[in-house]
Write a new protein. Sequence first.
Length: 467
Amino acid sequence: MTTHQPGETRPPAEPIAVIGMACRLPGAAGPAQLWDLLCRGAEAPGPHIDDIDHVEGTGAHTAETGVTGHDRDATAGAGTTAESAATIDPQQRLLLRTAREALADAGSDPATLAGTRTAVFAGQSQADHWERLRETRAERRMEPLAALTDGGQQRSVLAGRLSYALGLHGPCVTVDTGQASSLTAVHLACTSLRAGESTLALAGGVNAVLSPVAGDLFGRAGVLAADRRCKFADASADGFVRADGVGVVVLKPLRAALADGDRVRAVILGSAVSHDGATKQRLTDPSVTGQRLAMRWAYEAAGAEPGRVGYVEAHGTGTGIDRIELAALNEELAAGRPVGRPLLVGSVKTNIGHCEAAAGVAGLIKTVLCLEHRAVPPSLHFTTPSPEVEWGRLPITVPTAIEPLPSAGSAAETDNGGDTGTGPALAAVNGQSICGVNVHLVLSAAPPAPESTGPPPYSRTAVVPAF
């Protein structure tokens, strides 16, 4: 086995194109609605998405949770019986439909993917639906295998059902790295594409808060906000609010995407996953060391200078770990950054809450939109900078209004004449989890689109068919 020593120079990773994306998040049924929500500086109306009906939880800090009728017919042909379709885990239904929407956004007809080496990497960290079935003994009225698969007890079925529904033969993995699950899924998808084991990949994650159990535990641990708002980096930060969410991106090697005439929305230059190891007292404590490793390895893979990144979408929960994340960003991204060109850092959680296993892909979709629009929306509830953060030594700005996204001119170019506008804009997404996993993705704006000479793609506005 070939190993690389620390500090050894390696060639940059093959760029991966984001050619499609879709999401269902609090207050946003898709990327366009999410961008509108962000630019208005608005908050979602609640912790849930409209596709799931909710019932009252039992804890003082729990979200209104529950499940009834999201797209019961959408699972036809996806390996379910008529009876189990009414009780299928809504996380599976959400992923099925959102993946279809992402493929439509990519201009791809899902029917053409059957038999191909298309991969599915899907993040999930909760099995709340199964717990509710057990609480009500509903699983006893289901066929045994259906209870295991449709009921959500076997998490592998989340990714497996999507591959089955589309007839895909590529890698199929349900990923659980806690709150970093969907970003880990994207990293694994990029790795699979670069290795040639897949030719196209669907990656993302889903979270449906259906049981009060985890919310009660989070509340007793003191990490949920009393006012149900994520206040990233602010002195009043007292926790996060849990949220439902699902997001899927369609990925392809950039060279293949350009050759096929795909619309490239953004480019993933590099990514990395690390673990904190034994650098902290408790497993759940965050670590500057572990986060710095993920960042350093990601920029090495991307072949990019950290000082040229204009925006970072932070994990940004509005808890005590914000200062750890900001310290890590400062130590890895501040070097070589010109005076007068601070790093913009924000968190989508201030708008929609913490989507847990889907939080990372929500931040990724926001970052792609920032690159497309060359703008960074405000991060909400930042009025008094946290006294726990050494702001005087951080070249970091949390935007409170829409800011232009700087181009990626080199530090020398910027020092000699300000933002020269050379090079595509660079941005990054940072994630971490309760289990000590850290993920960092480095992105660039899409290259100029060539003039198309081929046939028109599958309609991006086509009605999404049921499974």
